[in-house]
Design a protein around this ligand. Sequence first.
Ligand code: NAD
Length: 341
Amino acid sequence: MKVKVAINGYGTIGKRVADAVNAQRDMEVIGVTKTKPDFEAKVAIKKGFKLYCAIPERVEVFEKVGLKVEGTIEDLIEKADIVVDCSPKKVGAENKKMYYEKAGIKAIFQGGEKKDVAELSFNALANYDKAMGKRYVRVVSCNTTGLVRILYLLKENFRIGKVRAVMIRRVVDPKEDKKGLVNGIMPDPVELPSHHGPDVQTVLPDVDITTVAFKVPTTIMHVHSLNIELKDSVKRDEVIDVLKEEPRILLVSSDDGFSSTAKIIEYARELRPRYDMFENIVWQDSIAVVDNELYLTQAIHQEAIVIPENIDAIRAMLELTDKEKSMDMTNKSLKIGDFRI
Ligand code: NAD
């Protein structure tokens, strides 16, 4: 029997989690919610998802335009084994109070929520086992997921010291039309540190990290420039070997024409629906060891990177299988690791 998953909030993250759940053999989406009957609600129905109303008082709004909903969020979670909350930031905490606690259902939250919304801040590589059987888990944000994956691998293989990271962030997602591109580079925040360092420590508490962040006028990806102190002498090739082993890291080279995030997205357009890049994209030629300090540059597709983590969180919380099997099933179903060149 497949595990029944409810998706609350069929937006950028919700629609991707929904497709990824349905690509697994041990789980299925039993319904998705929308707050209004817009084109995304119509697409959800066309794709075969059962549509529910995220805000019970708004059922009428759907009915008025002739869009049939199966019920409300309350009806949906009654039938589900777990809910993946993909509502806008801070709304997840309200949904928890209004619906999930009452229904006694397990829930996954996204990175826009504060850490105390859940018992655990999650990344599959770093702490899958700690999520086993948990009721509430928060999958950390896109930037934090990108940092945690790489720092976990480095920390497991080498003794690392201080981490310094400069986060160059896409200003908004491509679909956004309420706010967006400005002709400027915005320190965000101006003062140190940005929230990313402390957020990494919610998953990897023993990593000494300071982050600085800037928003730039692009919508497609974030870029991180990392500088990591190494406590022992480590060769560049040893680092490359470790990163090559992990399917959720994709090494690319500027020799292959990957000269910018635009080229990475062009590559992804050839390979994946919605040009989703679930992997950290690390420029192999950016990896350098200088005086026992490691440098590297990675690009993160903000809309996609947290999707495999949501799938693994479902398996851990419902104790369906162990870390290796879950990550392997998720990777194979989403073709993670298939596009190395
Ligand atoms: P989004 O705005 O694209 O989608 C949110 C969806 O939730 C929309 O369909 C909206 O109509 C719906 N919604 C609004 N109010 C709701 C409610 N009360 N209950 C249920 N649904 C409601 O947002 P998103 O980018 O998908 O972000 C969702 C979460 O994922 C946030 O916590 C965000 O911080 C996090 N996140 C976003 C990204 C990203 O780059 N987009 C990356 C990682 C994590």
